[in-house]
Design a protein around this ligand. Structure first.
Ligand code: C5P
Length: 322
């Protein structure tokens, strides 16, 4: 035995769902994206992605019962295949792979499940093909694939700027527990951002001509109290400092979600928050025991899909080489 490892035939990477503890949204940019000042946190719901050598790109998707698999493309348009192609092109390679995605993160829920798959695929293929891509390059490629993909690589807690792709790790010393309340009917992210635009007043009056210069209405910022809550692990301060500018637009499109919020408050959550662009609702709890109690109360009031989850958890990481 020389001790040398034979090249792996397959690599499996696990990536977590994200939530936004704060989602500050500015006025739409000329490229159609919105400037963000956000605080991401990775929570304990996961997708697993296995990659293996193959002559052509192939993707299969399986998942837990609560995941609407029919909505996930099983062809080249899947973001995981785009991730694989982009990584191969970055290294000038003509390679392909088989990608098996096993989803535990609800689809179209505002939890960045597709972004988790893209991040997991980047990392898994980097390892399968022994590419040793630098972290900086992986983050940049991730940012090209989607606004939330860099954070899915990073995990933990982080600030996000730009359209969300410019991430910086943030100190999070808390042991947080959330109840994630899923919803059977997904919500389209672009539709929620469009409705945000409709509801957000700009400084323009209807009589003014279209400006040649972009109009700065407000720059979203990150609340100091939230950064302090994460640093100190103070759950009451966290409860008081979370927020999401997409919450009102999403609730306006989906008034049925208001009941989830009121049921959450009645179940004893310390705070309620829309996850990203929704429709998933997050209930902040004091600890693991409290989270189980709140989840039980939510199920009793008819919310079938409730998961007590810890946070922060790790970003994309290898779970097996076979
Ligand atoms: O970057 P990602 O592919 O996740 O974005 C999905 C859609 O969400 C975009 O096409 C855009 O409509 C909207 N979006 C936005 N501003 C952001 C992020 C996303 O308007 N900062």
């Amino acid at each position: 035995m020389t001790g040398d490892r034979a090249p792996s035939r397959s690599v499996t990477v696990r990536a977590a769902a994200k939530i936004n503890l704060h989602l500050g949204v500015g006025v739409v940019r000329s490229d159609g994206f919105h400037p963000l000042a956000t605080v991401y946190q990775a929570v304990g719901l996961y997708d697993d992605v296995l990659v293996a050598e193959a002559d052509a790109w192939l993707v299969t998707v399986t998942g837990a019962d609560h995941v609407a698999l029919a909505e996930v493309p099983q062809d080249d348009s899947n973001i995981a295949v785009r991730a694989g192609r982009t990584l191969a092109a970055h290294h000038g390679l003509e390679k392909a792979a088989r990608i098996e995605i096993h989803k535990g993160i609800p689809v179209a829920g505002g939890l960045a499940g597709g972004s988790a798959d893209a991040a997991a695929t980047l990392l898994a293929l980097d390892r399968l093909w022994s590419l040793e891509t630098s972290d900086a390059d992986l983050l940049r490629i991730a940012g090209e694939l989607g606004s939330d993909v860099p954070f899915a690589l990073l995990g933990g807690a982080a600030t996000g700027h730009g359209r969300g792709e410019l991430v910086e790790p943030l100190q999070d010393n808390g042991v947080w527990w959330w109840v994630v309340v899923g919803n059977d009917t997904g919500l389209s992210t672009p539709a929620v951002y469009r409705h945000f635009d409709e509801l957000t007043p700009t400084e323009l009056t209807p009589t003014e001509p279209t400006p040649t210069e972009p109009v700065e209405v407000r720059d979203p910022t990150i609340p100091e109290a939230l950064v302090e809550a994460l640093r100190t692990g103070d759950v009451d301060l966290l409860a008081a400092s979370i927020g999401n500018d997409l919450q009102e637009p999403a609730l306006d499109l989906r008034p049925d979600l208001r009941r989830t919020f009121s049921d959450g408050a009645e179940a004893g959550a310390l705070a309620t928050l829309l996850s990203g662009s929704g429709p998933t609702v997050l209930l902040l709890c004091r600890d693991a025991v409290h989270a189980r109690e709140v989840a039980g109360a939510m199920r009793a009031s008819g919310h079938e899909h409730c998961w007590p989850v810890p946070a922060p958890v790790a970003g994309a990481h290898v779970v097996s080489y076979d």
